[in-house]
Structures are given as C-alpha cells and as structure tokens.
Design a protein around this ligand. Structure first.
Ligand code: GLN
Ligand code: ZN
Length: 603
C-alpha cells in the first residue's frame, strides 16, 4: 500500500545520496505507539527495500526512535536490516539496556542519554553509571546522543540573564546538552576523574530543586488523594445546579457566548512593550487595558451576546500570564521553541512548588462585570494546560505538579465567585495532548487530570456556573472523561470537523450543557448565517435543545475587530433563527423537560 510507495521513493532518494554520506537517519518514533499488526509487516517490507539502496553506496542506515519504550515493537526494530539503532534511554532506560545485549554484532547503538524533552541538567554521575555496562559490552559501537531532537528545548542558557541563580544552575538548554554529551564521552574515554569538577556541579542541580521545595515548605509529593477526591466534588449534581443557575441567569434558549479572547491589537502590544521598557507606568498601562475592556464589553452588548467576556487584553499568552503570577515558575528571555508550523512559544519552567501569592484575574473580571448588567464569564487557564505547556520539574510526578496548580487555581476560582463573578470558565485545550502515547496509560492519566480540573472548580456554590473549553483536537475518544470533569457547560471545537464530534454522542449522551463551535476561528472567512444554522440543526440531532450553547470554535485573539464583529453578528443571527424555530423564540429557558423531549423527538 502507501508504505510500499513511500519506501520505494525513499530507496530512490537514498540510492542517490548514498555515495555522498556515511549515515542516513530515519526517524521512526511511531514504534513507541500501539501499532496494528499489519504495521509490522509494512515495516519489514519497507526496510527490505531501503536497506539495499543504502548498501549500494555503502551508506549506513540509523533508525531512530524516542518518546517511550517500544515494548512489543522492540523485536521488530532489532531485526531490521540496518546498521544503527537509536533508543530513548530517558523514557526507556531498562529497554535500552536490554537492547544493548540483544544487538546484532556490527550494529551501532545510539543511546539517548541526555533528555531532549526537558530543560534540566543531566546528572552526569548517574549517566556514567547507567552507561557503564553498555560501554563494556559495545565499546565503540556505543554512540551518545540526546534522547530526541533538540527542537523541543531553547538554545542556550548562557543567553539568559534574569534567572535566579539557584534556578539557572539546574538548567541545560540545547547547547549545554551537547556539552554534556561531550563530557560523558570524555569520561568514558579517560575516566570519570577527567570531568570531576563538572560531575560535582551537575549533582548540585538536582538537590537545588529539592532545596527550593523544602525551603518553601512544599508537599514534596505526599498528597492525600482520597481527601482531595472528596474535596473535588460540587455540592450537588448537575441537574440540581442547573435549576439554580437558570433562575439566576435567565438566559435565552441557545445562549450565545465566546471563548474568551478578543483581538490583541497593535495598541495593546505597544502598551505592553512600553510598560516592560519602563516608558509608561502601571496606572497608564492599566488604563489602556481598562479602555480595551470597555470597548470589548460595549461591542458584545451591541452584538447581542448573552454571556460576555472581558477579552483577555492583558495576556501575552494563556499559560505565561498565569505562570508569572504564581510561585514556582521561572521565565526565559529568549527560550523560544516551536509550537506548530511557524508559531513559537516560550514555555515557562516550573522549578518549585506552585503557590498563588495573590489574586490573578480578579480585578479585571470585577472591572468588566461592573461595566454591564449581563453576566461576564471569568476566564482562567486550567491546571493540565498550564502543566502541558510548561517545562515541568522532574523531582516529583507530573500528577503532583498538576494538583498543586489546581489548588492554586481553586483559590482564584473561589475568589472570583466572592467578587460576584457568576460564570467562570477554566480552559483545558491541552487535556487531550497530555494523554500518554500508549492506550494502557490513558486511564491513569485521565484519572488525575480530571481530578485536577475538578479540584480547581468545585469550591464554588451551586449557583456559580463552571465552563470549560477545549480545542486543537478531536475529542470523541475521551468524551466520557470530559463528562467526568462535571463542568456545567463545555464549549468545544467542532466546526472545523463539521460537527463530527457529535458522532461520539451516538453511543454516549453528554450529560451537561455543551456548545460545539459553530465556526472555525482560524479561517479568515466570515461565517455565513445559514451555514451556522445548519451546524446547529445538526447538533440538535444529538444534543437536547435546552442544553445547547452557541459559540465559535476558539478564542478570537488572532482576528481583527472587523472580522470578529461581522462573524459574531452572523452567529447571533443564527442563534435567533434556531431559537425562533425550536424554542418559539423563547426569551427565557425554563428548562422544562417536557419541552425538551418534544423538541428532540421532533428533530
Ligand atoms: N480563553 C482562551 C482564548 O479565548 C482559550 C484559548 C485556547 O483554547 N487555546 O483565547
Ligand atoms: Zn480553544
């Protein structure tokens, strides 16, 4: 099939470059996934084509894998007719040892000993100890390498001048990781004494993290999970909360809302730059943001949206903004890494216990709510997304870091409620991308990920409505876990796939309220009223009418104000048409279940 075609094309390319290069590396991280059986035979035939092409020019092939153990795929890798294998010794240490004992007689083993997925310094002494049996066995057939490509980490720690020294001393970016590799090589060739000073320094890295933890009186990993689970429940089930919330908000049927951000204008960015450069003071900067909130609220009122947002003008990035206000985070000045395509981000570094020393968003939310009689939705980034989009500490399980972030956010959620914010959205766009590569690990991850979300959001009373938002993915296969978050409302990307999300509802009835996005915010086109009506009609075949919200796929920060106004005007018009048809233009949703039944059976 396709694999054979690709292999043939590769064989041709490799035959052409073979006279000029000694090695060709083929990356096959797919071997770290659960593979259907057919893939094994596809692998064998593909490499049966590729290997002779390489031999013809005496080029050698290195097959590189990383990001996890190969498990049942390891024998397949070991039998491929190639001259070199690369394994991720950070994520699969035992397996790499095992592979070294089962390697073909003239095969090279490239051991990914330095972590390419994180920013911490390598513990050189531990690495040397780990490598020692492989050195004994393979001699110069052992290569040393980063575990994976270095595109996941920033380039050079030395460029950073603003880190606290105790943090900087524990870090290694790409340049430092390469130096670590050459130090390990020197130690293997000339004995550990040759790098004695560096070894001593490198072991200082890990304790430094432990010290921060102790100094801040951290939990150090001991969470009482059953107590947390108990704390992570709303007072009443959704059905009860819904009645209370309907009374409080009296929203129309098919309420309209947005996902949070409104355009980040050149003016806001300039104000932020000038604030950073000290050219304007805090009060001048805050005045700019307040003016932007005024405009955002006024536009939403004029458009006729039902649940408003403050617009997120104050944010650089949805994770960085929160990290800067929390303890335990450090930020690079130049630590850009690729996010997707040509977009880059500067992920924060979580180096210590996460604490919330003071309110984060409360003043902006309170201000926005003071400008309108309609409900303003508070807007927070969720614990899993903050964890996923940061470099996380490795001296405690990721779960514990997620729970710490969740507890910090819980304080923020509770304080927003006390400030009179009745609807609070906690974004978790990265929930799905945190899933382990292998299905076997999903349940455990989803268990602590949902616990973290619920911990963050369950401190509020029944009349506070919790929203969440997800995007960048399809969610059909984890929709049940998403339901376990027990958010009162979820807004979720769906328009881009023309509502294929709803396929999941054939076998699983989503229990709470849901707003499957009705237009793709990545498209520069203004969505048409009729196309959104059509998507809503499609949604109504799966979602009861009194649980359906109307919203875009995601936030609007990358669009212009003109586009956003035109698109939302059409979206509100689409909601009105659907309201007219299915709810008799109802101005209020009374949530009468008899009507819901009538509506859904009519569709
Ligand atoms: N509230 C965020 C926004 O609207 C959500 C962004 C996201 O889902 N990636 O920008
Ligand atoms: Zn989104």
């Amino acid at each position: 099939g396709r694999a054979a075609e690709i292999a043939e094309a590769y064989a041709a390319v490799i035959a052409e470059i073979a006279p000029h290069v000694e090695w060709v590396q083929l990356d096959e991280p797919v071997l770290a996934l659960d593979l259907p059986e057919e893939w094994h035979s596809a692998f064998r035939s593909a490499y049966a084509l590729i290997a002779p092409a390489a031999r013809s020019g005496s080029t050698r092939i290195m097959v590189a894998t990383y990001f996890g153990p190969l498990a049942e795929n390891l024998p397949l890798l070991l039998e491929l007719p190639v001259h070199g294998l690369h394994l991720d010794a950070v994520r699969a240490p035992e397996e790499t040892h095992e592979a070294a004992t089962r390697l073909g007689d003239d095969t090279v083993l490239s051991v990914g000993i330095v972590n390419g997925r994180n920013v911490w310094r390598n513990d050189l002494a531990a690495s040397l100890e780990y490598l020692s049996p492989i050195v004994d066995r393979l001699g110069d057939r052992l290569w040393l390498a980063p575990s994976c490509s270095l595109l996941h980490v920033p380039i050079d720690v030395e460029q950073e001048t603003a880190f606290p020294p105790e943090v900087k001393g524990t870090l290694a970016f790409a340049d430092q990781k390469l130096i670590e590799l050459s130090l390990l090589k020197r130690a293997i060739e000339s004995g550990a004494d040759a790098i004695g000073a560096e070894i001593e320094q490198s072991t200082r890295g890990a304790p430094a993290q432990a010290t921060t933890r102790r100094a801040k009186g951290g939990t150090g990993g001991g969470f009482d999970l059953s107590a947390l689970r108990h704390k992570a429940r709303r007072d009443e089930p959704y059905e009860v909360r819904r009645r209370v919330q309907r009374q409080r908000f009296s929203l129309p049927a098919f309420p309209t809302t947005t996902i949070g951000s409104f355009p980040q204008t050149a003016e806001i960015r300039r104000a932020r730059r000038e604030r950073r450069a000290g050219k304007i003071d805090r009060s001048e900067y805050d005045a700019t943001i307040r003016a932007e909130i005024d405009r955002t609220i006024a536009v939403q009122e004029e458009l006729g949206l039902d649940v408003l947002v403050h617009g997120e003008a104050e944010r650089t990035d949805m994770v960085e903004y929160f990290g800067r206000k929390l303890d335990g985070f450090a930020f690079t000045q130049n630590g850009w890494v690729q996010s997707y395509g040509t977009r880059c981000v500067k992920p924060p570094i979580i180096h210590g216990d996460v604490r919330r020393p003071e309110p984060i968003t409360v003043e902006w939310a309170r201000y926005a709510q003071s400008r309108t009689d309609r409900p303003v939705k508070g807007m927070l980034t969720g614990p899993i997304t903050i964890l996923q989009w940061s470099f996380a500490r490795e001296d405690q399980p990721r779960r514990n870091t997620a729970l710490q972030i969740a507890l910090a956010l819980r304080d923020e959620v509770d304080e927003l409620e006390r400030a009179g914010i009745g609807i609070i959205q906690v974004d978790e766009p990265a929930l799905r991308e945190g899933l382990p590569l292998r299905l076997a690990g999903w349940e455990n991850y989803l268990e602590w990920a949902t616990l973290a979300f619920r911990l963050a959001t369950s401190g509020v009373t029944n009349q506070t409505q919790i929203h969440t938002h997800m995007c960048y993915s399809r969610f059909n296969d984890i929709i049940e876990a998403i339901a376990r978050l027990d958010a009162d409302v979820i807004t979720i990307e769906a328009a881009r796939s023309r509502m294929s999300l709803l396929d999941a509802f054939e076998r699983f009835r989503y229990p709470n309220e849901i707003g499957p996005g009705v237009y793709d915010i990545h498209s520069p086109l203004i969505p048409r009223v009729d196309s959104m009506v059509e998507l809503l009609e499609r949604a109504l075949t799966r979602v009861p009418a009194d649980r359906l919200w109307v919203n875009p796929d995601c936030g609007l920060k990358t669009r212009t104000w003109d586009d956003v106004s035109a698109a939302l005007r059409n979206m509100v018009a689409a909601a009105r048409i659907v309201r007219e048809k299915h709810a008799g233009g109802a101005a209020r949703r009374d949530g009468g279940s008899s009507r819901r039944e009538k509506i859904t059976s009519a569709v």
